[in-house]
Design a binder for this molecule. Structure first.
Ligand SMILES: *Cc1c(COP(=O)(O)O)cnc(C)c1O
Length: 354
């Protein structure tokens, strides 16, 4: 039986995509060859890469003359390094909203001064700081749109006149935003776009000019942009499955229609978290994430009972991250409303049994 998969990452992918991908792994486009065993320089694969890049920009509503989409390796964690390596001249402004933001800050400090403009560490990152100022002389401002571990999400981007960089690993393609406000967007595929192994980078072309220091080729955005993500062998399977997922999303009506479904799923789940006297939401209400709902039991001693009910219902992957405890239900784009309703039913059943 297929489980209800609430895993935070790697995470759920659409069943249709899984079917198509398994076909391509055996016989890609009726070529008699697997996608895994053809040259990345073949016409067939170049088409996959081109399609993936075009779909990414199209779904974000970005113009391909102004922005480039790249499929790189090394995860979002390598972007923590690449962004400052390529663009930090003197100082950069960082918003610290959690574990991933803190890791980005740590790497940036290797290259220059980091202004931590605000942090929510004082409350274990349960909220998004607001009302901070971004110094005008910053080389860029870096933020994390969705904090996968703590279940918070930025609702309003600050106004600033410096380039905006954003780690969108866990909410890319999940909601409508004015993406043209960003100069650099990156996202590890394994949360909301595809399997682990590739990272989408969307970069404003005008950002690519003279670099502040010599940069190794593999970490140089200019090299990857010029070579159209083919400087070295790309992770062909991860790019292929990401492309299929983006195609699936487009056929579903794109970001605006998935946003409605995501809102419905999150709305129903948070309503139950707030209603059910046995649970307590972790993140501040106004900053709650539509992708990762974090909540705790009011009485931790009931954990094994609730866990057993979840297991019985085929629910997978809702244990919270060790830094928050409790539970985290990741409800990415591919998660059907029905699975969320199964979890809600289990929470209700748990209450009835107490
Ligand atoms: C998972 C995650 C990362 C780390 O991604 P890797 O691909 O494992 O390097 C970074 N940022 C956010 C917001 C994440 O959710």
């Amino acid at each position: 039986m297929k489980k209800h998969n609430f895993s935070a990452g790697p995470s759920i992918l659409p069943q249709e995509v899984m079917q198509q991908a398994s076909q391509g792994l055996i016989d890609f486009n009726h070529s008699g060859l697997s996608i895994m065993e053809i040259s990345h320089r073949s016409k067939d694969f170049i088409e996959v890469m081109d399609q993936a890049c075009a779909l990414a920009l199209e779904l974000l509503g970005l113009d391909s003359n102004t922005y480039s989409a790249l499929f790189l390796q090394g995860g979002a964690s390598t972007q923590f390094v690449m962004a400052p390596y390529n663009f930090l001249k003197q100082k950069a402004a960082y918003l610290n909203t959690g574990t991933w933001a803190s890791k980005a800050i740590k790497e940036a400090k290797l290259f220059g001064q980091v202004d931590e403009v605000a942090s929510s560490k004082d409350q274990n990152f349960a909220y998004i700081p607001k009302g901070y100022t971004i110094p005008h002389d910053s080389d860029y401002f870096h933020c994390t749109s969705n904090n996968t571990i703590f279940g918070t999400q930025i609702q309003d981007l600050p106004e600033t006149d410096v380039p905006v960089f954003c780690d969108m690993s866990s909410d890319i393609f999940s909601r409508v935003m004015d993406f043209s406000k960003f100069d650099l967007i990156y996202a590890g595929a394994q949360k909301n776009m595809g399997p682990a192994g590739t990272t989408l980078v969307v970069i404003k072309n005008e950002l690519l000019g003279e670099a502040p220091r010599p940069i190794p080729s593999m970490l140089d955005y200019r090299v990857h942009q010029e070579k159209e993500s083919m400087f070295n062998t790309p992770p062909v399977v991860a790019v292929y499955v990401s492309m299929l997922t983006l195609k699936w999303l487009k056929e579903k009506g794109g970001v605006s229609s998935i946003e409605k479904l995501n809102g419905e799923k999150a709305g129903q789940l948070y309503a139950e978290i707030d209603r059910n006297p046995l649970f307590k939401g972790f993140a501040h209400k106004e900053d709650r994430s539509m992708m990762n709902a974090t909540f705790n039991l009011r009485d931790e001693s009931q954990k094994s009972t609730f866990d057993a009910l979840c297991k019985e219902a085929g629910i997978n992957g809702i244990n919270g991250h060790r830094s928050v405890g409790g539970y985290r239900a990741s409800i990415y784009n591919a998660m059907p409303l029905e699975s969320v309703q199964v979890l809600i039913e289990v929470m209700k059943e748990f209450e009835r049994q107490q």
